[in-house]
Design a protein around this ligand. Structure first.
Ligand code: F6P
Length: 553
């Protein structure tokens, strides 16, 4: 594999020169110069996802150079390497095969000469039997009562993806109430335990490693609660209610869950890419197994698009290249994700982990300091809530913040005809961000409102919108399991491409380790009343402050 530094390429040099021409160009002028601009920068994915990327600070030339950059970095080869099971996660010596989990045509994919599709299908059928039996009431709790509630205990990828999907697909939900507990803060578990019945609730303990402090502690606490509330001594009865999803079977067994209650996944599934695996069991329980399969189908369609479509028409590639253009040339720091659908409210949080844990890195694939920018900071909120919170900054602040606006065309469940209003805001915001307004328009508006000249001169600059703020509009036909699958997968692959462009390894996450390890030592320090002075003055102060209050000395 060739690990090429993007700044050593011809395209990078061309982009540097081109940027000088582009940095002051206004989106308004780009539209003025080409009345058909939108048609040119539009991709229709199977009549279910429409990407309009015309409101960006790009021209044909920009794209040409960006496409050339992708080619110089052997992007297509890198994509093929991932899809064929090559060990592209070098620092952990692993293949990266979340694409196999949704490989719906079942074509063989090999890891260490073994076709992984065989094991995937076995787990899928175990998930099917389990989820259907819980939903139809055949699989019951120890007291023979039907299951009413499911509690997913997991954190990071073992929470964010499944939680985001079950929320996004709320309209497909069955009678089961599905809850998510992630935080180490015990209040999170407590809040859920307060509202579920001890004999009609099942717990899914989801952890790839089964070594994650938060998850293990929440599991042990839930187990204790379960035994106590049900007044149970016979621990065998736990097996009616506690199930694990993990690749670390041994560790799961050692913590009291037998093999029959384990849904397996594999080292080659990254935690933040695991919702398609058994880590998505809560999804299958919430919306039914057939809908879970539709989610996989939708992702598979996008996988095919990503793998087979040429760079110039490839949605994840185009979005990644545009993102790279802003973060490396305009030096934008963040990207804002704005779903105009309340059920997608966890989508920005999900993408935060997906992008920032994958690409928030500064060492390149040769082990040297990276020479360009890597992951943008991802943030966002559903529209229209964000409009009444931070859009002020998007419109009139000092920072360039590329935004993705996401909306479904159809939302038959939105009551009171609200949806058309939501659509109007969605469109208006991208229009306002791109085109802003003019002094002439503001002058006229104030004049019509009866302001005098002096008043107008004072107030006018505050009411000006300079525009030129880039947006992508991602319009979905509707939020269905399959379309959501395609959407999530689109972003997963965008993130993959961003990683290649920055020349980093996207599928490890060493950056989460140091804090975790230090906390173990600090924890030991906190559990006695001895004053400490072994660290820096700030750490000593914080440890001692806590102890002083707790131990009252
Ligand atoms: O700490 C980061 C992380 O390893 C994530 O990558 C992962 O999604 C999360 O923790 C949970 O890990 P696990 O599924 O092994 O409990």
């Amino acid at each position: 594999m060739k690990y090429i530094d993007p700044i050593s390429t011809h395209s990078w040099k061309n982009l540097c020169i081109h940027f000088k021409d582009m940095k002051n160009v206004h989106i308004k002028d780009l539209f003025f110069q080409d009345s058909e601009r939108c048609k040119k920068f539009l991709i229709n994915f199977n009549n279910i996802i429409y990407l309009d990327y015309s409101k960006n600070r790009i021209t044909d030339t920009t794209l040409q150079y960006l496409f050339q950059l992708a080619k110089e970095l052997f992007l297509k080869t890198e994509i093929k390497n991932m899809f064929s099971g090559k060990k592209i996660n070098k620092t952990e010596n692993q293949s990266v095969l979340h694409i196999a989990l949704r490989n719906r045509n079942n074509s063989p994919i090999y890891v260490n000469n073994k076709n992984v599709m065989h094991d995937i299908n076995i787990v899928l059928s175990k998930m099917k039997n389990f989820s259907e039996s819980v939903i139809n009431g055949n699989l019951r709790g120890f007291s023979k009562k039907k299951i009413t509630d499911v509690v997913n205990i997991g954190i990071g990828g073992s929470d964010l993806g499944p939680y985001m999907v079950t929320e996004s697909l709320k309209l497909y939900k069955n009678h089961l109430k599905v809850h998510f507990v992630s935080n180490l803060d015990g209040k999170h578990l407590l809040d859920v335990l307060k509202i579920v019945n001890p004999d009609t609730t099942i717990f899914l303990i989801v952890s790839k490693t089964f070594n994650t402090e938060e998850t293990i502690l929440n599991y042990l606490n839930a187990k204790e609660w379960f035994l106590k509330k049900n007044k149970i001594k016979n621990k065998e009865l736990l097996n009616f209610h506690f199930f694990a999803v993990s690749e670390n079977t041994k560790k799961v067994n050692s913590l009291g869950i037998p093999n029959e209650n384990i849904f397996k996944f594999w080292k080659w599934v990254g935690g933040r890419y695991s919702l398609w695996s058994a880590a998505g069991l809560s999804i299958a329980l919430s919306i039914g197994f057939d809908n879970f399969l539709k989610l996989l189908d939708g992702a598979h369609d996008m996988d095919n698009h990503f793998l087979h479509t040429k760079i110039e028409k490839n949605i994840p590639i185009i979005l990644a290249l545009i993102s790279f253009w802003y973060s490396n040339f305009f030096l934008s720091e963040t990207e804002c994700i704005l779903p105009y659908d309340q059920n997608l409210h966890r989508f920005p949080a999900y993408l935060q982990q997906a992008n920032m844990e994958s690409n928030g890195k500064s060492i390149n694939r040769l082990g040297r300091k990276i020479s360009c920018q890597s992951s943008p900071i991802i943030w966002g909120e559903p529209g229209t809530n964000g409009q009444h919170a931070f859009y002020q900054l998007l419109h009139q602040g000092t920072k360039l913040i590329p935004c993705d606006f996401i909306i479904p065309i159809f939302d038959d469940k939105s009551p009171y005809n609200n949806h058309v209003r939501l659509v109007s805001h969605f469109i208006a915001q991208t229009q306002a961000l791109a085109f802003g307004n003019s002094s002439k328009e503001v002058y006229q508006e104030l004049h019509d409102l009866g302001y005098n000249k002096k008043e107008i001169n004072f107030i006018l600059p505050f009411k000006l919108f300079s525009g030129n703020n880039p947006t992508n509009s991602i319009v979905l036909k509707k939020i269905t399991p399959s379309i959501l699958g395609s959407l999530i997968c689109l972003y997963e692959h965008k993130i993959f491409v961003q990683g290649i462009l920055s020349n980093i390894f996207s599928f490890d996450q060493w950056g989460v380790e140091l804090g975790k390890n230090l906390s173990k030592k600090i924890y030991a320090n906190l559990n006695n009343n001895k004053k400490i002075k072994e660290y820096d003055s700030s750490t000593n102060y914080l440890v001692n402050l806590y102890k002083k209050n707790i131990y009252n000395n």
